[in-house]
Design a protein around this ligand. Structure first.
Ligand SMILES: Nc1ncnc2c1ncn2[C@@H]1O[C@H](COP(=O)(O)OP(=O)(O)OP(=O)(O)O)[C@@H](O)[C@H]1O
Ligand SMILES: [Mg+2]
Length: 340
């Protein structure tokens, strides 16, 4: 939300009007969640070359959730966030956020959506704030599209800065703030218009570990105290371990999820648990982790067997043997279970 404010402001009607138009265009929120993507595809065309950045991605995020998105470089994380935040349009599939159909959205609805329904924090600290405004002015800026009175704007901006632990930075410009402070101010800016969802693309990418934890704590505070749903892309294992759900993207598709929770043992001691799940889409498609398939030489096809409480997945024996022979004795007699 923070970038191009000046340009946006010059262009358009106020946020109240935009919100009314957007509300007229929005459908009721989906039962499956605040964010629902099905079979989402984004193909980039550059000089005749096609890049399939998203290849049928499925994702559902419930209202109030805080989800971390992880995955190798180039797996499609930023592409996904760009689409969900209304900056980019998918090639095919479906994507809905807070009742807004991101494929059908008209241009002016998209503008209202970007200003009012979502907030965004970029990795590059400099991209999030305008350098010639103070912290509090930066937070007030997105409210200038709204009918909120100027005095109220300031009060809300100050409240947000206070909530995020940077009240003392109020009257300083970004150039007079540390990277961590800038990112916390950026989170305040992104929350200025009470968005439904806050997206952050590697917000701690340029920061050291201790500072990253502060940023993460600020995101969590926004999630818990402001009730905003948070989707954060991160490379930082420490960060992803602190959320209840981590979604991994591989080759433009969601492949696995880790769900974390607390269980109480027989001795009454609470224990943190983390369990990894593979994502099963509506068509029954499942992506097996490459560590599993490579280890068992699974290529192109596998044998399946339905057991009473699980599905067994076995390598195609002929292909496996040929491959093992080719590896000239390097093969091992690994176990058979590759299912999940
Ligand atoms: N504007 C674009 N034009 C062409 N190809 C693009 C564009 N943006 C992204 N891509 C390609 O799409 C794929 C996914 O890119 P994306 O930026 O979503 O990855 P990422 O998971 O965010 O990676 P990183 O961790 O490095 O930020 C990559 O192959 C990338 O080269
Ligand atoms: Mg990226």
């Amino acid at each position: 939300m923070s970038v191009n404010h000046a340009a946006d402001r010059a262009a358009g009607p106020d946020l109240g009007e935009l919100r009314r138009r957007a509300a007229a265009a929005a459908r009721p929120e989906r039962e499956e969640g605040l964010i629902v993507c099905e079979n989402l595809v984004r193909i980039y065309q550059t000089e005749g070359v096609e890049v399939q950045a998203l290849q049928g991605l499925d994702l559902a995020v419930a209202r109030g959730e805080m989800v971390a998105v992880i995955g190798a470089s180039g797996s499609g994380k930023s592409t996904l966030l760009g689409i969900l935040s209304g900056q980019d349009v998918p090639t095919a599939g479906s994507a809905e956020v807070a009742g807004h159909d991101l494929l059908a959205m008209k241009r002016r609805d998209r503008l209202a959506y970007r200003r009012g329904t979502v907030g965004f924090v970029w990795q590059q600290t400099a991209r999030n704030l305008l350098p010639y405004l103070t912290a509090v002015e930066n937070v007030m800026l997105p409210m200038s599209y709204t009918k909120v009175k100027r005095a109220k704007r300031r009060a809300r901006a100050e409240e947000l800065l206070d909530l995020l632990g940077v009240a003392d930075c109020r009257d300083r410009g970004p150039g007079e703030l540390s990277g961590g402070e800038q990112q916390r101010v950026a989170i305040a800016v992104a929350n200025a218009n009470e968005p439904r969802v806050l997206f952050a693309d590697e917000p701690t990418g340029e920061l050291d570990t201790a500072t990253s934890e502060e940023i993460f704590a600020a995101l969590r505070r926004a999630n818990e105290d402001l009730g905003v749903t948070v989707v954060v892309v991160t490379h930082d294992a420490l960060v992803s371990e602190q959320v209840q759900r981590t979604v991994r993207i591989r080759n433009g598709r969601t492949s696995t999820e880790v769900l974390r929770g607390v269980t109480t043992g027989q001795d009454g001691v609470e224990e943190l648990t983390a369990e990894e799940y593979a994502v099963l889409d509506r068509n029954g498609r499942l992506q097996l982790p490459s560590e599993f398939t490579e280890r068992l030489h699974m290529r192109r096809r596998v044998r399946l067997a339905l057991e009473s409480d699980h599905i067994g997945v076995w390598p195609d024996e002929a292909a496996r043997q040929a491959r093992a022979d080719a590896d000239s004795g390097a093969g091992t007699d690994e176990g058979q279970e590759g299912e999940r």
